[in-house]
Design a binder for this molecule. Structure first.
Ligand SMILES: [Zn+2]
Length: 282
């Protein structure tokens, strides 16, 4: 599928956009159609709680497209879909058990265990961003407290840099933007590349929180590989090195020895390849 142009678009608009994409790629011999969507997706292909597509709440996407195209349709939460795509065709190729995290505004994720996408009882499991890591911690966008997302999401990274600057620490970040409200993770990453100590501190704190959280997942799931996807994963070596080091320090020794932490492999085509990968699930 293609990402909708207008995320707040009406239900009909989004259906039309997806239909156009399907028609563009149409071949009578296709096995089916895979759709990755924001929100919680149940086993029957219905979508719930999709904040960016409010009109998709309680809406059976699978049924609509099966009627329209008379093909098997698989609908999956977008983070689960990316995880499955990475598993089949990307950085997870050749493994059996992976954790895939998408680092951006929020923290999305998915898990493949022994070659199967972890789906839970009825709804999509693996809402990894909302794992509480500090039960007295800061408020998260989901309404709960201390979720890992509130320590590694985009806003947190920016706020952390601003807090340090306001504490009087020196940084070239103040010369890189006119106003601190213009800061982005990319700019903080650029500052680090230029040797900025404050930017380095921001990344090490963020990546240590992420690594500690992943150490817990390593203990629970014993994955072959952990894949970091999404814009913020492009912060590069400082992020990967710190995450790897923290996992080594904090998870069970024997489990931490074999796990690899790697960048995503699908790049810009991740959405499209993953949508197709969904069809090859059973
Ligand atoms: Zn949360």
């Amino acid at each position: 599928m293609v990402p909708p142009n207008d995320e707040k678009g009406s239900r009909d608009n989004v259906i039309e956009q997806i239909s156009c994409a399907v028609k563009d790629a149409w071949d009578d011999n296709i096995d089916g159609i895979g759709i990755g969507t924001p929100g919680v997706v149940d086993n029957n292909g219905a979508v719930f709680e999709s904040p960016n597509l409010p009109q998709w709440h309680n809406f059976n996407v699978k049924e609509v497209f099966e009627k329209r195209f008379n093909k098997n349709v698989v609908v999956e939460n977008d983070a689960n879909s990316i995880t499955w795509g990475e598993y089949l065709f990307g950085a997870g190729k050749g493994t059996r058990t992976i954790v895939c995290l998408t680092l951006g505004t929020g923290l999305g994720g998915g898990v493949v265990i022994n070659g199967k996408l972890l789906r839970g009882s009825i709804y999509s499991a693996a809402e990894l961003g909302h794992m509480p890591v500090n039960y007295k911690g800061r408020k998260c966008g989901c309404g709960a407290r201390g979720c890992i997302e509130a320590y590694v999401g985009r806003d947190y990274i920016i706020k952390s840099a601003i807090r340090k600057i306001k504490m009087g620490k020196k940084s070239i970040l103040t010369e890189m933007v006119r106003n601190l409200s213009e800061l982005t993770p990319k700019i903080i990453s650029d500052a680090y590349q230029k040797g900025d100590k404050l930017a380095e501190e921001v990344w090490i704190e963020m990546a240590t929180a992420l690594g500690a959280f992943l150490a817990g997942l390593v203990n629970i799931l014993n994955p072959d590989r952990i894949i970091l996807a999404g814009g913020i994963a492009q912060a590069g070596e400082i992020l990967f090195q710190t995450v790897r080091k923290t996992i080594q320090e904090r998870s069970m020794k024997v489990l931490s020895q074999t796990v690899e932490v790697v960048p995503a492999g699908l790049g810009n085509d991740a959405g499209i390849v993953s949508g197709a990968a969904l069809v090859f699930q059973q």
